[in-house]
Design a protein around this ligand. Structure first.
Ligand code: ADP
Length: 720
């Protein structure tokens, strides 16, 4: 009997396509196949098989079954769940799930081996090469280096047949973890938390824990213990650790390696494509037991995932904003449910969503309230800028400057935090008052002095700084308004000419290697003052860092979105937590114009619970997350008239549903980006409402003009 094969393709298509199964191919669910779409052949996944033919419209046959491990059924189930959650096409998350397959396999490597045949002319150099070669396999360059000879000597031996060349598959880096290795004992509160996690793991089923511990309390030690339990009780079980930022992966990888004597697999954009390919396959085969990665690792084809850890679970970087829009922390909980796994959400400043679930008993709430050992939490003080303003053209108040001087005097380190890249956020022409804007975009150009360029942080546009104003042609008329990290660095150098000052931002540390170099230099005491954006706010341990100065603590409060206060609290608490990690007490000074703001008062008092209670009450009164659901619908197109007409149609088509409010269409703060006019709706729904169902029904009622793009963002994090 011929069969019809449904194949999901990694594209934004509404559903799987049907093909004919060629005779003798014997496909199964999850198989990776090559299927024709128009003139192209695409890699896709078999999601359905049924008897039959295409009827009077013959189906195209599947071209080939690819020699790849099939996508596990639970991974496929997760892909479909994620698409429903995001109100998007299932091909979008599928593309993420099979992205590892796009990369080429690593090429076989050339290795040399001694054949045992003696060289015709046994010079001392040649003899040394053969001695070093022994019975092993060597890369040519390495062999020459080890023997202290030129590459010509090695080549001569190869030509003569004393050495031979072999092609070998590169060694796979997925050694099994050793759970028996010695490790430091847990302190009593860590042990209590780990015991609860171990009991959850032993119960074998879906369960969620919120590991809520102050910075330095040893959350990592606790989840390593949970990982050890999972790995030792089941020889096939796999562990996934998600981190918000690539710069953090190295530290966590090191700790896993120390604990289990084997390198975990790594998964993020910095991993070379051939390596990604073998990692994908090792995760699918179950050979890779521990994966440490960025949010996209959530889509890997785990054979038997039993423990998921989401570290720094509150972090906004878990939200992917373009392409397939998702919040990895929330999807991780869904994935754990599908896999019947335990999931641990760890943070010193958990999200309100997770705290709410913990308060309601849906998540086990494990609290670690003290730092490990003798380390103390830093003391937090507010520098009231109304009373102690910086001098004109400066950004560091006398209070902070004095504290820096004391710290440097003692031979300790300072971190100045400002979440703003570049030199100045705004450039203004003094002659005509014009602010320099990004072309076709509602966003100011940011001045970067290192590169001498003006950069749009929204679109990435950049240009050299002109010497004349493009509007009034006045020469050298620009002034830089406000500070970025480069400008604070300049001031720190001016005030402390003997100090070693460095900047840590995505400009100075664009990739994992340069970030690691800066982190190591800071940890080794080679930097006295580190001026940093949030790239340095997270996770790192700097033993000699005792002063954190927050240049503009109010910055995050000004934007005014749903999570402004929460995010500011989390970021500032995390940054402050960098200070005084070891035996030296630390302190943090927050410069603010609003010392009476609830966020500042809570930070000063170290009263997280108080802050959370106020913020929860406000969210509850407004029916906002976690008490209600939220989605944004963003419409964009090049022709303002077409966009306007469409949003009016869309507004008229909104289904009437009790418990759902539709706000808009409104102009978002950036209503023009790259020449596209943007409009936005916000949808708020009560918790018991099927928000995705509502959004799907709404979208089905309109026809989107071909020049317009409509994007649904469930649980939006940015409101531009
Ligand atoms: P967190 O992730 O909660 O900020 P970490 O797990 O990084 O904390 O621990 C902070 C520091 O204390 C690390 O240097 C860690 O090695 C050390 N530490 C934590 N717990 C222990 C323990 N039980 N024994 C020895 N050192 C520990």
């Amino acid at each position: 009997m011929p069969r019809i094969v449904s194949v999901l393709l990694p594209m934004p298509l509404p559903e799987a396509f049907d093909y004919a199964e060629p005779e003798g191919m014997h496909l199964a669910l999850g198989d990776i196949v090559a299927a024709p779409l128009g003139p192209r052949l695409l890699r896709g996944v078999v999601t359905g098989l049924r008897d039959g033919t295409g009827g009077n419209r013959p189906l195209k046959p599947i071209a080939e079954r690819l020699d790849e491990p099939p996508l596990p059924p639970r991974t496929l189930e997760f892909v479909e769940w994620a698409a429903r959650y995001a109100v998007d096409a299932p091909g979008q998350p599928l593309a993420m799930a099979i992205r590892g397959l796009r990369a080429p396999r690593p090429k076989p490597e050339k290795r040399l081996r001694a054949t045992g045949r003696a060289p015709a002319r046994p010079t001392p150099a040649r003899t040394r090469v053969l001695e070093v070669a022994g019975e092993g396999l060597h890369a040519a360059a390495e062999l020459a280096r080890a023997a202290g000879v030129s590459s010509g000597v090695v080549k001569g031996l190869l030509d003569e047949g004393a050495l031979e060349m072999l092609l070998v598959e590169p060694a796979l880096p997925f050694a099994p973890p050793d759970v028996e290795r010695p490790h430091p004992p847990l302190n009593p509160s860590q042990a209590a938390a780990a015991d609860v996690l171990k009991a959850m793991i032993d119960d074998q089923g879906f369960s969620v824990a919120l590991l809520d511990g102050v910075t330095g309390s040893g959350k990592t030690e606790v989840y390593l213990e949970a990982a050890a339990r999972v790995l030792s009780r089941d020889p096939h079980a796999q562990v996934l650790v998600l981190l918000p930022e690539i710069a953090l992966t190295q530290a966590v990888i090191d700790r896993f390696e120390r604990r289990f004597g084997a390198l975990p697999a790594e998964w993020h954009s910095g991993v070379a494509p051939p390596r990604r390919r073998v990692t994908w396959e090792a995760v699918a085969s179950g050979e890779a037991r521990i994966v440490v990665g960025a949010r996209s690792a959530l889509f890997l084809p785990f054979a038997d995932l039993k423990l998921v850890i989401v570290d720094e679970e509150h972090d906004g970087s878990y939200k992917q904003e373009d392409g397939f829009i998702y919040q990895a922390r929330d999807l991780a909980v869904a994935r754990a449910k599908i896999e019947s796994a335990t999931i641990v959400l760890a943070s010193a400043t958990p999200s309100l969503e997770s705290l709410w679930n913990a308060q309601n008993g849906r998540y086990r709430w494990l609290r670690l309230s003290d730092r490990h050992g003798d380390a103390e939490l830093p003391e937090i003080a507010l520098a009231d800028l109304r009373e102690h303003p910086p001098q004109a053209g400066e950004w560091l108040s006398p209070v902070l400057t004095a504290a820096m001087a004391e710290t440097l005097e003692r031979g300790e380190q300072c971190l100045l935090f400002l979440n703003r890249r570049g030199y100045a956020p705004l450039v203004l022409c003094q002659a005509c008052g014009e602010k320099l804007k990004s072309p076709d975009t509602d966003s100011w150009l940011v001045e970067h002095r290192y590169t001498g360029r003006l950069v749009c942080h929204l679109t990435g546009f950049s240009m050299p700084k002109p010497d004349r104003c493009p509007h009034c042609t006045a020469k050298d008329s620009f002034v830089s308004i406000g500070p970025g990290v480069e400008r604070v660095e300049e001031e720190a150098r001016r005030k402390f000419p003997d100090a070693r000052v460095a900047v840590f931002s995505s400009d100075t540390a664009p990739d994992a290697a340069s970030a690691r170099a800066l982190i190591e230099a800071m940890a080794a005491g080679e930097i006295d003052i580190l001026v940093a954006t949030q790239a340095a706010a997270k996770g790192h341990n700097f033993p000699n860092l005792t002063l954190v100065g927050v240049v503009d603590a109010d910055l995050g409060l000004r934007g005014g979105d749903l999570r402004a206060a929460e995010r500011t609290y989390q970021l500032l608490a995390q940054v402050s937590g960098r200070a005084g990690r070891h035996e030296r007490p630390g302190r943090a000074i927050l410069q603010t114009w609003m010392p009476d703001h609830a966020v500042m008062q809570a930070l000063k008092a170290g009263d997280r619970d108080g802050f959370v209670a106020i913020e929860m009450a406000e969210r509850e009164a407004a029916g906002l997350p976690p008490f209600g659901r939220l989605a944004a619908v963003i419409v964009a197109g090049p022709d303002p008239a077409v966009v306007e007409r469409f949003v009016q149609d869309l507004a008229a088509a909104a289904p009437n549903a009790a418990g759902v409010d539709v706000y808009g269409p409104a102009d978002p703060p950036f209503s023009l980006v790259r020449g596209l006019r943007r409009k936005r709706f916000l949808v708020r729904a009560d918790r018991n409402i099927d928000l995705q169902g509502f959004l799907g029904a709404w979208r089905a009622r309109v026809k989107v003009p071909s020049s317009v793009r409509m994007v649904i963002d469930v649980d939006p994090y940015s409101f531009f």
